[in-house]
Design a protein around this ligand. Sequence first.
Ligand SMILES: O=C(O)C(=O)C[C@]1(C(=O)O)C=C[C@@H](O)C=C1
Length: 195
Amino acid sequence: APGSAVVLPASPPTTPAATVREAVALRPVVALSARRLATADLVAAAKWGTGSPVDDPVREQQVLDAVARRAAELGADPRWTARIFRDQIEANKTVQRGLHRRWAADPARVPGDRPDLGEVRKEINRVNDALVRAIAASGEARTSPRCVPSLAGAAVDVRREQRLDILHTAALVRSVRSVCGGEGRAPVSWPAQAF
Ligand SMILES: O=C(O)C(=O)C[C@]1(C(=O)O)C=C[C@@H](O)C=C1
């Protein structure tokens, strides 16, 4: 009957809205970092046995310049963005070296196809662009005191969803090292401070 509906008192939210908002904003940063790391498998296969070194400082500078420019266009901090990408590149190299070690020890695991490095770099460029946008969109979450736990939570989820092995998990942690930080101070490194 009208007026007889039982109205339950609103239960207090288990997670404050700000925490949810921040975790949601950081999630794409972590997911795109994992997607960028997946390209390391292709780069490693493209370079394997060709004598091409894992390190390509010229290409690295191109990536860093491009993302800093894009960040400035989007109103994000170009230097902080470039710093995050420096970690992304280091993490990418960690995976490449890890795979090369794996393949040297067990040639049966060497991939049958050799991808074209130019094509792989086109994919890396696309991921870079999406990642700069995700970084630009997450400024509030990245300067929040809850950033490190939110980021760690996102990393745990992404790791499970993408079934990352230990090599890619370690590289994922490395890749997002400088994502959290406060205004005018160095990014908080983690997991050292998170655990
Ligand atoms: O493009 C390459 O050759 C890569 O190995 C990828 C990448 C990157 O992460 O963007 C990593 C290491 C190289 O020094 C340059 C760039």
